[in-house]
Design a protein around this ligand. Structure first.
Ligand code: PGA
Length: 251
């Protein structure tokens, strides 16, 4: 069964105290109400333990924002999948456009990160999406095809079955310019068909495909009402509990 998910990508925001407050507010909203989607928060790694402690006693799920492609050893500053597993982290974002742009992450490294996460039972949230120029050149479908092929399509059916895809057009991230519901649906449908070609229709129908890029409580409902849009990966709007909860309540 395809899962609906709303995931908050906090990026590099919040002090420990802010994080504590935000996690507590989101957890108490989950206590009060049942949502149609799984609600996931992806705080900075320092706060993962705080989040997984709360997640234990609420319906919250927790994701990391990054993982190393190595197992362990002399890799200063890195965090291994086994460490995330030991904190009972459920998900991990990989291939976010900011990691691709500022940290030079390439699909081949992301493929290895996906392998490591799956080895430790953590579900990758694999980000893909084109920059503005690529959309204007009309190469956006080729770009996304290549990102998925290089980063994910080496996985077996069973491995791929645990992957979440997030389509995040780079021109929509943090800009206030959202993809139109029609643009989102068109790309999500393209992605689902690609998955069907590379695996099969059943795997494709069970794949969760999230939209990300200036998604907020004002546009979430319209975006999520599309047949192939199974929720969102939310940046800025995930930093305020009431806004994030409204988005989770948009199905
Ligand atoms: P945004 O970020 O919602 O602030 O545009 C989305 C993301 O980068 O995941």
């Amino acid at each position: 069964m395809r899962k609906l998910i709303v995931a908050g990508n906090w990026k590099m925001n919040n002090t420990f105290e802010d994080a504590e407050n935000l996690i507590t507010e989101i957890a108490s909203a989950l206590d009060e109400k049942k949502f149609k989607c799984d609600v996931v928060i992806c705080p900075p790694a320092l706060y993962l333990e705080l989040a997984t402690d709360v997640a234990d006693i609420s319906g919250l799920f927790v994701g990391a924002q990054n993982v190393s492609d190595k197992d362990s050893g002399a890799y200063t500053g890195e965090i291994a999948a086994t460490m995330l597993e030991s904190l009972e982290v459920d998900y991990c974002i990989i291939g976010h456009s900011e990691r691709r742009k500022y940290f030079g992450e390439k699909d081949e490294v992301l493929a290895e990160k996906a392998n490591k996460l799956l080895d430790y039972g953590i579900r990758p949230i694999y980000c893909c999406g084109e920059v503005l120029e690529e959309r204007e050149n009309k190469t956006h479908f080729d770009v996304v095809r290549q990102q998925l092929k290089n980063g994910l399509f080496h996985l077996t059916d069973a491995g791929f079955g645990n992957v979440i895809i997030a389509y995040e057009p780079v021109w929509a991230i943090g800009t206030g310019v959202t993809a139109s519901p029609a643009q989102a649906q068109e790309m999500h449908n393209f992605i689902r068909n690609l998955v069907a070609e590379n695996y099969n229709r059943e795997v494709a129908e069970n794949t969760t495909i999230l939209y990300g890029g200036s998604c907020n409580s004002g546009n979430a409902k319209e975006l999520f009402s599309n047949k192939d849009v199974d929720g969102g990966l939310i940046g800025g709007a995930s930093l305020k509990a009431d806004e994030f909860i409204k988005i989770a309540d948009s199905f």
